[in-house]
Design a protein around this ligand. Structure first.
Ligand code: ZN
Length: 114
């Protein structure tokens, strides 16, 4: 889809300062037939934005989300496996049955991270 998005280069504006950015300033993170994910760091205010673009039969739609992730961090996160429904249920069950305080839960999480 990147080729068809070359035309939106003029309309990629920084959501913070309004600077018009060129398509060539973005990094294409993921690309499929009718949707793409781009990362843009504004050259003026240095704000980073994730841009989700999808093309449908009524035109092209985009959603911009401000992020504190740099290009490398976003690339790494997108390559990770998606969270499964089973994992969500597992966390739900854990939290449902957890009898301690939030402070205790944070201690358990910190131990698991070490
Ligand atoms: Zn900006």
């Amino acid at each position: 889809m990147a080729n068809s998005m070359m035309g939106i280069g003029q309309i990629i504006k920084c959501p913070i300062c309004g600077t018009k950015c060129r398509f060539s300033e973005t990094l294409v993170l993921a690309e499929e037939k009718d949707k793409s994910i781009l990362h843009l760091t504004c050259r003026e205010c240095k704000t980073s934005v994730l841009i989700f673009v999808s093309a449908g039969k009524y035109g092209v739609a985009s959603l911009k989300v401000i992020t504190d992730l740099n290009r490398q961090e976003v690339k790494r996160l997108l390559q990770r496996e998606a969270i499964s429904t089973d994992q969500v249920i597992e966390v739900h069950q854990f939290l449902k049955n957890f009898k301690g305080k939030v402070r205790d839960f944070i201690k358990i999480e910190n131990k698991n991270l070490k």
